[in-house]
Design a protein around this ligand. Sequence first.
Ligand code: F3S
Length: 411
Amino acid sequence: MYLTKEEESILDGEKGVWRAKALKLLVKLGELNNADRLIGIKRAHLSGVSYKTVGDPILEMLEDMAQSGIKVSVFTTLNPSGIDLESWEKLGFPKPFVEKQIRIIKAFEAMGVRPTLTCTPYLFENRPSFGERIAFAESSAVIYANSIIGARTNRHGNLDALAAAIVGKVPNMGLLIDENRKADVKITVKFSLKKDEQFGLLGLYIGDLLRSSEIPFFKFEFNENIDEVYLRALGAALASSGGIPLFHVAGITPEAKMLQSEKEMYKGGEPRDIIDVTEEDIENFKERVIEELPEPDLIAIGCPHASLEEIERIARLVSGKRIKKAKRFWIFTSRYIKNEADRRGLLQTLENSGIQVLADTCMVVSPLEDMGVTTIITNSGKATFYIPKLSKNNIKASIYSLEDIVNLFFE
Ligand code: F3S
């Protein structure tokens, strides 16, 4: 792999130990993936923020880095933490967890990272442009940036994204290269999807069938336009069960819209495989993997973090009604969107119906299992997939559409 003189001097430690370590990690990654060189980026987004997912070793490493004075060299934002920074006490987050969580956030801040604490940086604070090369971690943000914006990022882990943010470069490999962005498999969806949960279930189902290196090209035979929030749900679920970093949708996603013919979409001009999906396939999949939970401890919406439009939609649906059959209903979003929702009077409408809006954290990476939650209903395929895994099976999760949630649990 070609390195400039400046990169070689960084590797030799001339700009400090941590910068050398960061570059060494990127060079190793590049060599393993046949990258020819490093290329510059202007933005990054980091995962590995919640104390629940990183624990003491990463907390100590981040504090060491911060104390050394190292800073990120590009605009860098942060994924959700394990707590709502303003309301943790009122909501019952455990104090020892909170203390460690705050140390992690402070260490990132000392390195110049913006504590946005959201997995949807692309909605406002950190939105790349079409074709821009970036370093995003957080699988749902990676697949959104690649597929729905047409930016270019590999699926970074927490450490290599941090390394890229420090150095301001990434290895030229994988999805940064045109040919690698083409599709492998054609997915024909042969029914009309009407509910949000169906997009999450479709993503989980297809992710389960594909390898993480396979890029799907979707043709929806009965959905002409698909709302951005449903594409987000589809992408987040594909990235969860399949580890998939990019998908295309005929006539909808930007790279698919640029094609003259469908042949141009595929590596080698042909799909390696064609998968037809019927409504029955999705229903059978749901029955096989998801359990009914009639009286959940918590209803949770906002995985990925809810947009303002989603919050508005929920407020419209529940206006004048009150939750009856669940102990808590929480919507997870970014601090930025929560403030905007408050400004528009939406928080009051939601509170009147028994719903609270949480910021800075999420239903998967907060320590809900230590807060008396054992069952969750959500409309998110990704959350349904990860909640049991990250809670070591102490929490069961099930997926319902937003409309069904309002019909079943409100009066
Ligand atoms: Fe975001 Fe947490 Fe879901 S980071 S995508 S809300 S698992």
